[in-house]
Every structure is written in C-alpha cells, then in structure tokens.
Write a protein that binds this ligand. Structure first.
Ligand code: PNS
Length: 159
C-alpha cells in the first residue's frame, strides 16, 4: 500500500517554510499532493494558476510531489486521490487552535483520514505567506524566506 498524503494550503505564495515541511513530509510518505485551495473567497495576491506555477517550479526536483488544486471539502479531495493523511505544519503554539479545529472537523467528516502535524525547521517559525506579502509590498527583502521564483514574482508584482 502506497502511503499518500495531502499537504493543503493557500500557498499565496509558497514560502521556504512550506518547502521545508514538504521535504520533511517526503521522508514519511511515498507520495505528497500539495493541494492549492482554489476558492477565491480569500482574495489572494496571486491567482490560482500563478500560485500553482510557482509551487510547481519550487518542487520540480521532487518526483514524488504533485502540485494540484482543490475546491470544496478537503476530505473529499483527499479521498479522491487516495490519501490517508492530511499533512499540516505547526510553527508555534498559536497555530495549534486553528489547526486542531480543522483537524477535528476533518475527522468528523471523514474518520478514516488522519491529520499529521510536523514542525518546520526553527528558522522558519516566523515565516508566513501573509508576512512575506506584507514585507514585499513595503519594499523589504524576502529573498531568504521564499524560493527565487517567488521573490521574482513578488518584485514584479510590487515594482
Ligand atoms: O494555508 P491555509 O490558508 O492555512 O490553508 C487552509 C486550508 C486550505 C487547509 C483550509 O482552508 C481548507 O482545508 N479548506 C477547504 C474547506 C474544508 O474542507 N473545510 C472543512 C474542514 S476545516
């Protein structure tokens, strides 16, 4: 049996923290689906297509990682791709409440799917897509926090 996990997110944009977590996930699963939330309700900075393209470039060296999008319930998507695990990162205790709520709701909806939390490298505990967007918008450097393609896309966006 292949161990398949889904790592869902908005990835607006993907950060080195996300990539660190995916890299850790790869050690425990045979295949990882990085599933980008398609719902435009959050009014993302980058379109779904752009978020996926940036993510694809960032994970290009990893044959065991597929970039995909999903809409609707995450558990329905996970079922569709045959994933038994939802992978999420916990950077700090402040993430826990939101993550536990989602994990419990997902368990209620589909008890057979387990949420697994991993902690990123400590150097990424302060990195979030939201702060990366804000710093880039205000002209600060985010080059150590995101892949080069994302830094370029942000520079282009805010030039
Ligand atoms: O990167 P994010 O924005 O923290 O990711 C949030 C995400 C995509 C994991 C979450 O919004 C989600 O799973 N949305 C799908 C809707 C869903 O399944 N809701 C019910 C369970 S909480």
């Amino acid at each position: 049996m292949k161990r398949i996990a889904v790592y869902p997110g908005t990835f607006d944009p993907v950060t080195n923290g996300h990539l660190d977590l995916a890299e850790r996930g790869r050690r425990h699963f045979d295949h990882l689906f990085m599933a980008v939330l398609a719902n435009e309700g959050k009014e993302p900075l980058f379109s779904l297509e752009k978020r996926m393209a940036l993510l694809r470039q960032a994970v290009a060296p990893w044959p065991d990682v597929t970039v995909d999008s999903f809409d609707g319930l995450l558990v329905d998507y996970a079922r569709r791709v045959g994933a038994g695990v939802i992978l999420r990162g916990i950077r700090a205790i402040t993430d826990l409440e939101y993550e536990m709520q989602m994990a419990m709701m997902n368990r209620k909806l589909e008890p057979a799917i387990e949420t697994v939390f991993l902690a990123p490298n400590q150097s990424y505990t302060f990195v979030s897509s939201r702060l990366v967007r804000q710093v880039a918008r205000l002209g600060g450097s985010v080059s150590d926090l995101v892949p080069a393609v994302v830094a370029e896309a942000l520079a282009h966006r805010f030039k």
